[in-house]
Design a protein around this ligand. Structure first.
Ligand code: 6GU
Length: 224
């Protein structure tokens, strides 16, 4: 899978997706993540990528031209399955969207910024709009990293234990059950005895029941 991220703040991406699982996935060649700075695609002297809103009002608007040029440049080399705009008014991300997106070969994540983006970008250049929740972030960059992380862990071979993405919370509309490790007793707080029994069938039953209970307690709407 290839993920091309278009942003006016490329430095932000030096953090989470250069570490841990996503880093390993890139090293193994299972995913290629490329960050593209929007600013060089501006054709004016100041390399500006935003301008005042037609009709007035506070806040700058991201211009269509640098974005169109950047997307056209990328499209010359790669056929994209989806060109996704990260925006708080997009479709709210959930696990089933992540699963579907992870099947794509090539995607673009376009990060919005400032007060908004010229509507013609949304009308003509992109294929999908995604939000990561009902709150407003300063830009789409953190959201693009959330999407990237959630997709990469689903690519076969990325996780050491092939089954572990399948047992993630939300994969079967259930939260994952509690887990424990040594010591079996700490300050008098005990691990459920069944987990120490060695009886795999009984342990699986316990985990299933615990997953249902946790979902009922914390996210009852998932059981609807
Ligand atoms: Cl994708 N972008 C911004 N700016 N804020 C958000 C978001 C995206 N998703 C939730 N809040």
């Amino acid at each position: 899978m290839k993920i091309d991220i278009i942003t006016c703040l490329p430095e932000i991406f030096d953090g989470p997706i250069t570490q841990s699982i996503v880093k390993r996935a890139q090293k193994k060649g299972l995913v290629e993540i490329c960050i593209h700075d929007l600013r060089p695609f501006s054709d004016n002297i100041k390399k500006s990528i935003d301008d005042y809103a037609f009709g007035g009002g506070a806040g700058m608007v991201m211009m269509i031209e640098p974005i169109d040029r950047c997307i056209s440049y990328l499209k010359k080399k790669t056929p994209y399955d989806e060109i996704i705009f990260m925006t708080p008014d997009g479709e709210r991300l959930n696990q089933s969207m992540c699963n579907k997106l992870s099947l794509n070969k090539n995607i673009i994540l376009l990060c919005g910024h400032y007060k908004g983006i010229d509507q013609r970008v949304r009308d003509h250049l992109i294929t999908q709009e995604i939000s990561i929740g009902d709150y407003v972030l300063s830009g789409g960059e953190l959201a693009a990293m959330v999407v990237t992380d959630s997709l990469v862990r689903l690519i076969p071979g990325v996780l050491n234990d092939e089954s572990s993405a399948l047992t993630d919370s939300f994969q079967d509309s259930l939260l994952a059950p509690p887990v424990y490790t040594r010591p079996a007793v700490y300050k008098g707080w005990e691990v459920p005895k069944i987990l120490l029994s060695g009886n795999d069938a009984a342990i699986n039953d316990w985990r299933y029941e615990a997953a249902i209970k946790r979902t009922k307690d914390k996210r009852p709407h998932l059981l609807d």
